[in-house]
Write a protein that binds this ligand. Structure first.
Ligand SMILES: [Zn+2]
Ligand SMILES: [Zn+2]
Length: 279
């Protein structure tokens, strides 16, 4: 089966130190058909720190993603040459487009891009879900705000796919061990799916959860089936690798899951146009 990994990071993302040639080599060794680099562009910190009149909230609060974006575009232009045997996609993971939808739209229209994943890692005024203390949070209210914001992002519609739509569960369920009854969010998640489908956009099956305590992809089988039942056809698979060892991780498993809920093909994107691989 031919496979595509549509979500990976390199050292340009603050949470990775992977050289891109090593990532590409791993993708080639695995015989992937298509491979995307999607370094982080956190829109809520697009400008240099001084613009926001604020101090970093912790040692991982990086600013000036505009500079990282340019670095990434330059790196990926060179990488195309290295990526022989692969369909190489120049992508970004655009975090928090809700911080400025106008700016987000102009970034997504950059002619150099093949592919944009829209993600939500943090809510306005809060830290990344990674940093929150869930013993002190109202988890259902927090998740409702998360999905409401994700619906606004779906309605904005400037992306190609919505990334890891159940991202907070990695920390809430996986790391903090707090069970979440997802039935209370089923209506709003269905609304997110309907919006994405109506707009001809897709979602990703993010397979990083398979190798985390959470143990399931984002979203899980039940929500993936809901997406399919509502008419969802565009699905990308992404390992969210931050190091070469994780390139392609869980992609075959994710493809098998997609097939089991009724998908017969997965997508990858060239110049924002979906292309398909039969699974
Ligand atoms: Zn992400
Ligand atoms: Zn990512």
């Amino acid at each position: 089966m031919q496979l595509a990994d549509c979500h990976t990071h390199t050292h340009i993302s603050p949470d990775s130190d992977a050289p891109l040639p090593d990532m590409i080599r791993k993708a080639q060794e695995l015989g992937l058909f298509a491979y995307a680099v999607t370094d982080h562009v956190e829109l809520c910190r697009w400008y240099p720190q001084g613009y926001y009149h604020t101090m970093p909230r912790n040692e991982e609060d990086f600013f000036d993603y505009a500079a990282r974006f340019e670095q990434s575009m330059a790196q990926n232009a060179v990488a195309r040459e290295l990526a022989q045997g692969l369909t190489f996609m120049n992508g970004i993971e655009l975090g928090e487009p809700d911080a400025d939808f106008g700016l987000a739209s102009s970034i997504c229209k950059d002619q150099r891009l093949d592919f944009v994943i829209a993600s939500l890692h943090e809510l306005p005024g809060k830290l990344d879900f990674y940093f929150l203390d869930y013993a002190k949070e109202d988890v259902p209210a927090l998740l409702m705000t998360y999905f409401t914001t994700l619906l606004q992002i779906a309605e904005w519609n400037g992306f190609d796919v919505l990334g890891h739509i159940t991202y907070p569960l990695r920390y809430i369920v996986g790391d903090a061990g707090i069970p979440v009854d997802m039935t209370q969010f089923r209506d709003i998640i269905a609304e997110i799916f309907r919006t994405v489908i109506r707009n001809g956009k897709g979602i990703e099956l993010n397979t990083s959860g398979y190798r985390q305590t959470y143990g399931k992809p984002f979203p899980d089988a039940e929500l993936l089936r809901l997406y399919r039942d509502l008419g969802g056809k565009l699905l990308t698979l992404g390992s969210d690798a931050h190091k070469p060892e994780d390139v392609g991780a869980g992609i075959a498993e994710g493809a098998a899951l997609a097939k089991s809920v009724g998908f017969d093909r997965i997508a990858y994107y060239v110049r924002h146009d979906p292309c398909y691989i039969t699974i």
